[in-house]
Design a binder for this molecule. Structure first.
Ligand code: DHB
Ligand code: MG
Length: 225
């Protein structure tokens, strides 16, 4: 069965190329203490995010959707000790789990967790203005409530400059993205944000399907012209 083979191949490359240290294992396992167990990215996907950040030379990263802070750790390590990660989390209890994980991973001092609805946290950053405080972000990872993907893309565009990378998680969802009449607002959120990217002449983008330990899903990777 191909899903078994996909899982085994993931486990092979994860164990060889992207092994988790104790802090990442603890962060992944603590996903069980959050409102959304098992939603964190796989280790090889976390490594991909970190590699993209490093290839882009990202020093300032914005994340929508912290949960236990698993991908946050990969980003925080990628930006290095002179980098900065801002991450938005709706649930205070999740943020507390993430804070402990980030501190355990040794990157707590380079990560700010903003607790509350991500759209409001983003609005606060946008209103604070790039001239007065908020410097543009080099990379934005959108991985929060999927129906709001379109709003989060708009916020990402307001908080970045040309050259910035924008990545959106969970855009495939077992193939649901191609449903012609989806009644799931999460699917609609992905379809709408895909259309927005397609229609934006200042974004180059592609989508990458993923299979393996997290099932069948995928990422959109975009770059501002
Ligand atoms: C879900 C959300 C995620 O961000 C993810 O990576 C996997 C699943 C969800 O909403 O179920
Ligand atoms: Mg996700």
């Amino acid at each position: 069965d191909s899903t078994v083979a996909w899982r085994e191949v993931d486990e092979y490359f994860i164990s060889h190329l992207t092994p988790e240290d104790d802090a990442l294992v603890a962060a992944r396992e603590s996903g069980a203490d959050t409102t959304m167990p098992n939603a964190e990215v796989a280790a090889n996907q976390g490594a991909l995010l970190g590699l993209i950040a490093q290839i882009a030379g990202a020093k300032r990263i914005l994340e929508f959707g912290t949960l236990a802070g698993y991908s946050t750790i990969w980003f925080a390590r990628a930006v290095g000790d002179d980098g900065h990660v801002v991450t938005f989390e709706l649930e205070p209890d999740n943020a507390e789990v993430a804070r402990a994980n980030l501190d355990r991973a040794g990157v707590g001092d380079r990560v700010e967790i903003h607790v509350g609805p991500a759209a409001e946290s983003a609005r606060t950053l946008i209103d604070s203005g790039t001239s007065t405080g908020t410097e543009p972000f080099d990379l934005v990872f959108i991985d929060a409530d999927k129906p709001n993907n379109p709003r989060y893309l708009e916020a990402a565009l307001a908080l970045t400059e040309p050259g910035a990378v924008i990545i959106i998680d969970n855009v495939v969802r077992n193939g649901a993205v191609t449903d012609e009449n989806p009644d799931d607002p999460r699917v609609t959120g992905v379809q709408t944000v895909t259309r927005m990217i397609a229609e934006n002449p200042n974004l180059d983008a592609t989508a990458l399907q993923t299979v393996g330990v997290k099932g069948w899903d995928g990422l959109i990777i975009a770059r501002r012209r």
